[in-house]
Structures are given as structure tokens and as C-alpha cells.
Ligand binder design. Sequence first.
Ligand SMILES: Cc1ncc(COP(=O)(O)O)c(C=O)c1O
Length: 402
Amino acid sequence: MLPARRMNVSTQPQSESIIDVEEHYQVATYKKFPFVVERGDDVWITTSNGDRYLDLYGGHAVVSTGHSHPRIVKAIADQAARLIFYSNLVYNDARARAAKKLVEIAPSLLTKTFFCNSGTEANENAIKIARKLTEREKVISFEGGFHGRTPGSLAATGLPKYREGITPMLPGHVYAPFGDTAAIAQMIDEDTAAVILEPIQSMGGVRMAAPEFYQALRAACDRADAMLIYDEVQTGMGRTGEFFFAGRFNVVPDMVTLAKGIASGVPMGAVLMTEGIAGEIKVSDLGTTFGGGPLACAALEATIEVIRDDKLLENVRANSEYLYAELKKLDTVEELRGLGYLIGIKFKSGNAKPYQQALLERKIITGVADDTSVLRLLPPLTLRLPEIDQFLKAISEMNFAS
Ligand SMILES: Cc1ncc(COP(=O)(O)O)c(C=O)c1O
């Protein structure tokens, strides 16, 4: 008799509806919203029923320039017509321009980029680089941090539920309390390869630390000759109102990892690093077939141009200030967290889920967090006042006890 996992149980979808077919043939991963998305236009998506939803979750914090921005669409279409793909075995104009543009917007110490395909891959590579170059094992990350779902990034993830039941975890990882300057100064020592953190812990409930915390991390890493890695998969590419969190409070890490919004939805990741680190990396130390493909690079280049030309950093700064000020007036809100368009709304009721559900019924998409009292907004950087007012009106009419 075959073990149950090897048996061929031939079943059919309940119906030919897109939802049933997808549920039937795709491995269950996320709990999905109950609709089929067909089109996107800036901060709006349209479903197969013709319903329009305001997307304050930005397609999972990805569509930085809004859904299907015409300049991004044109850049992708033009590049696809010319050359969809060739790997790093050849030189390519789109890759050259993308690398130059990305480095130009980064803090001046970060002069080199390694392109890959996702956030977890960027973190895996950053950790690998730190361990290899320092010849040390210990990687310090933070309770409440999220860095991805593949073994290295998962081992650095400080939210235990993602690590449950997976053994053995990669060794050498330790977790520190986020924001605790005294504790961290003691933990960083001559055995430490790297300290990796989300400068704002998004999944952990949009938690940011005091400026002194980031400065103390930098100082302690310098003392121990350990590398400081910012995971800017969420905070990067304009979400906080600057291109990067790196540089804020005069702290520049040794490496910055990026993904999500950097190519407006075309899969892409990157590790930005200093000249000194890049200089120690030899040919064949790193690699990826798809990383730095021309299509993704064209999308990255266009994303940077749109953020600049459409003045999206200014838009995030001005409109987030208004949004925070208005949200603060609500009786239901206990605390507002975040920076720019990475927003956490902590409700007095301790439960954000009913708000998310009620907003969805009013055709507004938002996210929740590991901290269940927090509602997360990660809208496109193009979100402007009329839609902000629409959201404010909806949320001000809600009050849930728990
Ligand atoms: C801060 C952070 N790091 C890493 C990741 C992993 O990125 P990806 O899903 O592209 O692997 C995520 C994904 O949500 C993230 O939020």
C-alpha cells in the first residue's frame, strides 16, 4: 500500500469558476480576499464582477507607482519587444542603467548592487556575504522582525510562528529585543557576523525604534567589525517619504536589501552594499539565473523615474502627514505607528480584524499584522487626498468593541 502522500486521488474543482479552479490546483498559501482581480489602475483594482476596490494594501506593498502606471507598462512592453531575458553572462544596457540609477538614489556609501528576485533571496545573500567575509557565524536579528520564508531568512525571522515545526533551523542565529539599546550593545561582539533588522518592523505591527537605537547599532557594529544590514524590503523605494530608511538619523548600514516595490510589481530583489564589501566578493561567490534580467531592470529604471518625475516622495510626505493628523482624532484609535505610507493603526479594541472586514465590505483593501490590534496600510505612493478622504470617512464611521 502506498503512503497517503503518494496516492493519486483524482478529484475535480467544485466548478469552473476562477476561485474554485485556483483553490483546486494551487497549493494553499495565503487566506485570499473573496474576489477575482482583473484589472488595476493606479490606487484602484477592478474585479471580475466589475466592483472597484480602493487598494490601500498596494498589491502586498508592491505597486509603488500604482497599478499599471502607463510609463511602467510602456517600459516593460518596449523592453519585452527588444529582449526579455539574458543572464549576467552578458552585458546589457537595461541592467547597466538600472544599476546606475539605483546606486545614484542610495546613500553615497552604498555604491554597488547585486540583483536577485525577491526579498527573501536578497536577505539570504546579505547574510551569506556577511558570514563569508567576516568568517564569523553569529547573526543577530530582532524579535518581531520578518525577513522571508527560505531557510536563512526564516532563521533570522523573529516571529516564532513562521519557524514552528521546521527543524533544524540554521544555526548561529540569535534574537534581540527590538529597540533595546542596552541589550543590543552587549550582544554585538567579536563573534558577530551581522546584525539584520527591518528598520520599521512591518509585519510585527509597524514598530519603529528611537533614533538612538539605530545609532547604537551602528556604533556597536563598528566596534566589533560586524556588518549592519537593513532589510528595506518594505521601507525601501520611497515608502517612508525618502527613497530609503538608510541614511536617516545619520546611520548608513553596510548592506541594504530590497524587493517588493523596486520594480513596480515585476519580481526583483537587490542587495546594495559598500565598495569595500563588493571588493571582497569574487566571481562565482554569488549568482542567480534571473537576477538583473532586462525586463525587471527596465521596470526598476522606470520606477525610479516615475517616483522622481511624479514627485511621489513629496506626495507621501505631505499626504501621510494629513492622514496621520486626521486618524489621531478618532476615538477608536489607541496609537498611530509608522512613517510615510507604512502605516499601523492600533485600535483600542485590541482587534483590527473587524475593521479590515468592514472596510472590505466598503470596497477598501487594507492589511492586518502579526500584532492583531494593528491595521496596516501600505498603499501605492501615488495615493492622494480624495482617496484618503474616502478612507477616513469610512473608518470614522466604524467602532468595534473587540
Ligand atoms: C521586511 C520583509 N523582508 C523580507 C520579505 C520577504 O520578501 P519576499 O516575499 O519577496 O521573499 C518580506 C515580505 O513580506 C518583508 O516584508
